[in-house]
Design a protein around this ligand. Structure first.
Ligand SMILES: C[S@@+](CC[C@H](N)C(=O)[O-])C[C@H]1O[C@@H](n2cnc3c(N)ncnc32)[C@H](O)[C@@H]1O
Length: 878
């Protein structure tokens, strides 16, 4: 809503690009086949193919059916209902973006206007409500649609509603998101001061939710103490995420581009604990086979095979293990997939519990989100490989042991029940660590030696006959359905409390499928092991005079790709007879070729270097700037712009004085650019204190974080010589700044505000309100803010409330022009019509809120004028 506060603006080229790439647009895409399009909203069986050259997706896959019947993911008597619904298209769902200025208006419109008119109109056709809020989502902010595209075409009210959704989605006031995909962030129990890591974040729907939660209940005009680091390995998808989350207008977001399993630790040896980058909450929404999205993406029917899940299991474990390491003690981590496959779900969770030896517990969250229908996780499953069912690791042919791992099978062998903890209170962490260190040694050996693994399985595992000893589920239903071949097999039962995991199945609430597990870190097991590693590495550096010190952490992460985590290595040092982790580290380094180029923060000799890296953001003397520049140029992330704290006092003072920004709005330490040359800065981003602290830490540790984007675009340079301030405001940053600006800000009547949105440029004599006309004409040339006057006040309330409706404009010699895209202008007009629209014929008639697209000459002039003023770049995405 670039038009109002909380706005976003996009360049045309950029927008087209994103539209093509975005997954959650409501737009009809010409490139998709008809069957593709219909499949997302209609029952293909009810829609005879109108064009024989278009083949509808087949919704059959015998391998799929055999696999899931074999895994007994639903009781036998439910199978038909389950599989039939999987073949039906998924009803659409969306979230109202609670950070948006008009979210209450939209919710009210849905609750009253649309629900009523749709119910009246459609009551004869349908027995169920056409739209309804999702019962488990807080504050009626998520909705579910219950009609198909076919029905839509036949019904005018539905069609109008659909148009409304398309437009709101386009401008970002609502986000289309699969209902079940909204669940994981809600189980993270997020607070505004939390540091949150979203490990596999793109395209960003859950990041958006997380940001919304940390911004909730924060006073307008102030920022939460927490932050979200949204990470994804795919750069293109990171860009998509940046685009999506722009609508959130948050200064508390950092986007990084790492392989999540190698996400850097940013450890500072010997420093205070606050200097260690650890998180209160971690979301591991890992890459998965995605068969829970079959109803939305029916092409998966054709592609699906059991190998997909097997192939992802190890990566999923590594990402989740890294998540646990980065989690603070007491912190929560959610592991989730949109797959139904136990090898990607319960097997991964069991392996996390097994490897963490009681320092992590699986939480029982059955009392949370009571409206959400979920089923307990499976306690037993099998692995399918090359057409064979494998009940236990000993069944795996030797030739397949490179791809089928022990961790894929249910077992409790690595962490006997006696070492598990039911709650943090019962936990004696030192006892657990002692016990676990012996176990870990075994575990390492097991990873390396599969035959040993096999022996242990044979000795320890509990074997049950699934067909005879049907497991009772929490809801009392048996899950005894089984195939003939499965009847013959013995399946192991995991002794972990895997029933605490949550499975969401399509036929429970007409949704997609999802898997969610909520974990809590209950001891400092990892921290200590990491410390030991740091110490030994420092020793190593002193002895050998190499730069290994800083690398140790990264190397250890690299090592995790070979199934050995940090704690494993420290235990090797502590318990397996190896003298130093360094030896292992150097081996790993050579094996992986992973090299870090930064200074060694562990070394006492490096105090000077540490001061210099800190100076990058703390000192602005020309010498240090030069050093900063050199360091930035040499930055380890090629192709990624450096992150530089903006401290040019002249520019900052000119911005402060031009807009009359109150001293209460802190700028020092909150402004960032992506350009080391202070004379050619084009954009300045505003960052929260939490983001600043992370940057400071990142500089100290040699820029381990590869930062793609951060903060809020606050100001953008313009080339217009007629203005005394070369930085204009961005719509994104306006809500934050609004209460603190005292100059270049005017209050317009509804009529003048509306005309500005409709005609985009208004000559001063054409303003209706004489007072506004006068004030606008004498404003200093350049960027300004126009606030909608609500009620009868003669002027704006100072300070302006953050929730006020305001737009960024440009004051020229003879006129005022808005710096809002056409799409955003129309959306703002629509919102004003809903909020202030009166009876037909009155001055507030809704017809008055229509964008004047016929007035092309005026629009042309505006764009030309803007172009001459040199600030059209303001409409472009970064
Ligand atoms: C299920 S999607 C995440 C969806 C996202 N959480 C959301 O709600 O919008 C999985 C993501 O993991 C990313 N990914 C795959 N392998 C990864 C890795 N090793 N590290 C980090 N991200 C990875 C993919 O690029 C993809 O964007």
């Amino acid at each position: 809503m670039g038009g109002g506060k909380g706005g976003h603006k996009r360049g045309r080229t950029q927008r087209r690009h994103f539209r093509q790439g975005r997954e959650n647009v409501w737009k009809y895409d010409n490139k998709r086949t008809r069957s593709d399009e219909d499949a997302t909203v209609e029952d293909p069986s009810a829609n005879p193919n109108p064009n024989p050259s278009w083949e509808p997706f087949s919704t059959k896959n015998l391998g799929f059916e055999e696999y899931y019947k074999g895994q007994v993911i639903v009781p036998e008597e439910e199978w038909e209902e389950f599989i039939n619904l999987l073949r039906k298209p998924l009803p659409a769902a969306f979230r109202i973006n609670a950070s948006g200025q008009f979210f209450k208006d939209i919710r009210l419109q849905l609750e009253n206007e649309f629900t009523k008119s749709l119910d009246t109109e459609t009551s004869n056709d349908y027995e169920i409500e056409a739209i309804r809020p999702l019962p488990w989502y807080p504050d009626k902010l998520a909705w579910h649609l219950n009609f198909s595209r076919m029905q839509l075409r036949k019904n005018q009210i539905l069609e109008r509603f659909h148009e409304f959704l398309k437009q709101e989605n386009e401008v970002g006031t609502i986000t289309r998101q699969e209902a079940v995909s909204m669940v994981p962030p809600l189980f993270l129990d997020v607070l505004p001061d939390h540091y949150i890591l979203d490990m596999c974040a793109a395209p960003g729907s859950k990041t958006f939710q997380l940001l919304e939660i940390i911004h909730q209940s924060i006073k307008p005009g102030s920022l939460p103490h927490g932050l979200v680091i949204a990470n994804d390995v795919d750069v293109q998808r990171c860009n998509l995420l940046i685009h999506q989350t722009k609508r959130m207008c948050s200064a508390n977001l950092i986007v990084t581009n790492h392989e999540a399993q190698y996400f850097p630790s940013c450890l500072l040896q010997g420093e205070l604990k606050k200097d260690i980058l650890q998180f209160d909450r971690v979301l591991c929404d890992v890459p998965c086979s995605g068969d829970g999205t079959l109803r939305k993406a029916p092409d998966i029917w054709r592609k699906w095979n059991a190998g997909m899940g097997n192939g992802l299991h190890r990566l999923q474990v590594e990402i989740a293990m890294r998540g646990v390491t980065l989690l603070k003690v007491g912190g929560r981590m959610v592991y989730s997939t949109c797959s139904m496959n136990p090898v990607e779900n319960e097997a991964v969770v069991a392996e996390i519990l097994r490897r963490n030896k009681g320092s992590v517990e699986l939480l029982d969250v059955s009392h949370e989100l009571p409206g959400l229908v979920r089923r307990p996780g499976l306690k037993t499953w099998k692995v399918r490989d090359k057409g064979l069912w494998l009940a236990a690791y000993e069944d795996v042919p030797i030739s397949r042991r490179g791809v089928i791992f022990p961790s894929m099978f249910p077992s409790d062998q690595s962490c006997p029940k006696k070492f598990q903890c039911d709650s943090q209170d019962e936990m004696d962490s030192s006892a657990v660590e002692n016990k676990c260190s012996f176990e870990l040694k075994d575990h390492l050996v097991n990873i390396i030696d599969h035959d040993n693994e096999l022996k242990k399985f044979k000795n320890d595992a509990t074997l049950v006959d699934v067909s005879k000893d049907a497991i009772k589920r929490e809801d009392g239903k048996g899950v005894g359905a089984s195939q003939d071949d499965l009847n013959e097999m013995k399946a192991r039962v995991s002794s972990f409390d895997l029933e605490r995991c949550m499975r969401i199945l399509p036929h429970d609430q007409n949704s997609g499928a999802f898997f969610i597990a909520v974990l809590r870190k209950i001891s400092s097991f990892h921290d200590d092991s990491v410390k030991r590693i740091g110490q030994s590495t420092r020793r190593h550096k002193t002895q050998k005079g190499t730069s290994l010190g800083l690398e140790s952490d990264d190397q250890l992460v690299a090592r995790s790709s070979k199934d050995v985590s940090q704690d494993d290595l420290s235990v090797v040092e502590a318990a397996s007879g190896l003298n130093s982790t360094d030896e292992l580290s150097s081996v790993v380094s050579e094996e992986t070729g992973f090299r870090s180029q930064g200074p060694d923060p562990y070394s006492k000799d490096d105090e000077t270097e540490k001061a210099v890296t800190f100076d990058k953001i703390g000192d602005d003397s020309s010498d240090s700037r030069q050093t900063k520049g050199m360091l930035q140029m040499q930055g380890k992330w090629r192709g990624v712009d450096p992150v530089v704290l903006f401290r040019d006092e002249n520019t900052i003072n000119s911005i402060r004085s031009f807009y009359g920004i109150s001293d209460l709005f802190l700028l020092d330490g909150h402004l960032v650019t992506r350009n080391i040359d202070a004379n050619h800065v084009k954009r300045i981003y505003y960052i929260s204190k939490s983001v600043h602290d992370i940057l400071e830490l990142n500089f100290k540790v040699g820029e381990k974080l590869k930062i793609t984007s951060l903060g809020l675009k606050e100001r953008q340079s313009c080339k217009d010589a007629s203005t005394t301030c070369t930085f204009r405001l961005s719509s994104e940053g306006l809500p934050l700044l609004l209460p603190y600006i005292s100059k270049q800000i005017l209050c317009a009547s509804l009529a003048d505000f509306r005309h500005l949105l409709q005609y985009r440029t208004i000559k001063f004599p054409d303003f209706v309100d004489a007072d506004f006309r006068e004030k606008a004409s004498i404003l200093t040339s350049g960027c300004c803010v126009i606030v909608l006057k609500e009620g009868n006040e003669k002027t704006y309330q100072n300070p302006v409330d953050s929730s006020a409706i305001a737009i960024v404009c440009w004051k020229g010699k003879t006129n005022l022009s808005i710096m809002v895209s056409q799409l955003d202008s129309q959306q703002l007009l629509d919102r004003l019509a809903v909020r202030f629209g009166g009876q037909k014929g009155s001055p507030l008639d809704q017809n008055n809120f229509v964008l004047d697209e016929s007035n092309n000459s005026r629009l042309d002039i505006t764009e030309k004028e803007l172009s001459e003023a040199g600030h059209v770049e303001g409409f472009e995405e970064d």
